[in-house]
Design a protein around this ligand. Structure first.
Ligand code: HSE
Length: 325
């Protein structure tokens, strides 16, 4: 084990997909990389501006999650060299915290020869994150339909349709999930519950059956988006009118503030949809960045290398060499 260096590539994720609050997730082709190695002394190397404020001691989330895996497996790896680079923006609704949790679980498990099974990692990830939607997508890739009762999370993975592509508009401001969850009511009406059960069921059937034309009818929601609308000016207009601009459907990505629209990859006017999203947000005074992201079919993937052989190669070169290229 001491000679191993493990690098894990983890996809970002979009949760809820409209009506599937805390239960539907899709992996997106935007990534984080986490590297772990047993070491004489615990060290942290974070690459990229957005991670510079994270703790660099044993209170760090990656370190703590890795130790949970070792405890569960009954092994001791007290000191770790941890490196991370992420393309996934923080607190924007693209599953950055889920990617960190899943990456640390998968990396720590690979470091000890995969002592824990995938299902165990999913249970641990769900408990740590508090809901299974983002972690399921980052762990398994594709579209993940899941249900958690506080004890056990069950899931079924759906292969994303080849023609399905996503456009995300990422506003320049952060929105903490905690704040976006506080906006939700403690109770909803039976009519709204029935509305969401119907839409979410329809959406899962449409995604599983490749009925892309049904998505726009299925992506409607009354459980969380209407209550979060005040936190994301422009959201309601985008959700109501994206289909007029060629979207198959649109939703708030996770707890926001990112908005996501699904498109048929063959759509001839993708630029028109992109303009509509950016212009709508701009009218509200919000600058945003757009990215076209195909769904990612692969979940978090670990590559195990001999630490000695990799010793002279900088982490970012290993990310580029092993993973991106
Ligand atoms: N399902 C969660 C929510 C996702 O909407 O609050 C948060 O990342």
């Amino acid at each position: 084990m001491n000679n191993r260096k493990v690098i894990v590539k983890i996809p970002a994720s979009t949760a809820n997909l409209g009506p599937g609050f805390d239960s539907l997730g899709m992996a997106l082709s935007l990534y984080a990389w986490i590297e772990l190695e047993a070491s004489e002394q615990t060290t942290f190397r974070f690459h990229g501006d957005q991670m510079q404020g994270l703790p660099r001691d044993k209170s760090n989330l990656l370190y703590k999650v890795a130790q949970l895996v070792f405890d569960e497996a009954g092994v001791s790896v007290p000191e770790l060299a941890v490196s991370m680079y992420s393309e996934i923006p923080l607190a924007r609704g693209l599953g950055s915290s889920a990617s960190a949790i899943v990456g640390a679980l998968v990396a720590a498990n690979a470091l000890i020869g995969n002592a824990l099974g995938e299902d165990k990692l999913f249970q641990m990830a769900t408990e740590l994150e508090g809901h299974p939607d983002n972690v399921g997508a980052s762990l398994f890739g594709g579209i993940v339909v899941s249900a958690w009762d506080g004890y056990r999370a069950d899931y079924i993975r759906i292969e994303p349709h080849k023609k399905l592509e996503a456009l995300v508009a990422i506003p320049a401001f952060e929105l903490l999930t905690e704040k976006a969850r506080h906006a939700l009511p403690a109770q909803i009406s039976m009519a709204d519950a029935v509305f969401n059960v119907g839409r979410s069921s329809l959406l899962v059937a449409a995604l599983a059956g490749g009925e892309l034309g049904m998505i726009r009818h299925a992506m409607k929601d009354r459980l969380h988006q209407p209550y979060r609308a005040a936190l994301i000016p422009g959201m309601t207009t985008i959700l109501e009118r994206a289909a007029e601009h060629g979207a198959l459907g649109a939703a708030l990505s996770g707890a926001g503030p990112t908005l996501i629209a699904f498109v048929d990859a063959g759509n001839p006017d993708k630029a028109g949809l992109e303009r509509f999203l950016l212009d709508t947000l701009k009218q509200e005074g919000i600058e945003a960045e757009t990215l076209w992201l195909p769904p990612c079919a692969d979940g978090a993937k670990a590559t195990v290398k001999d630490a000695g052989a990799q010793a002279g190669i900088p982490f970012m070169d290993r990310v580029k060499g092993d993973v991106i290229a």
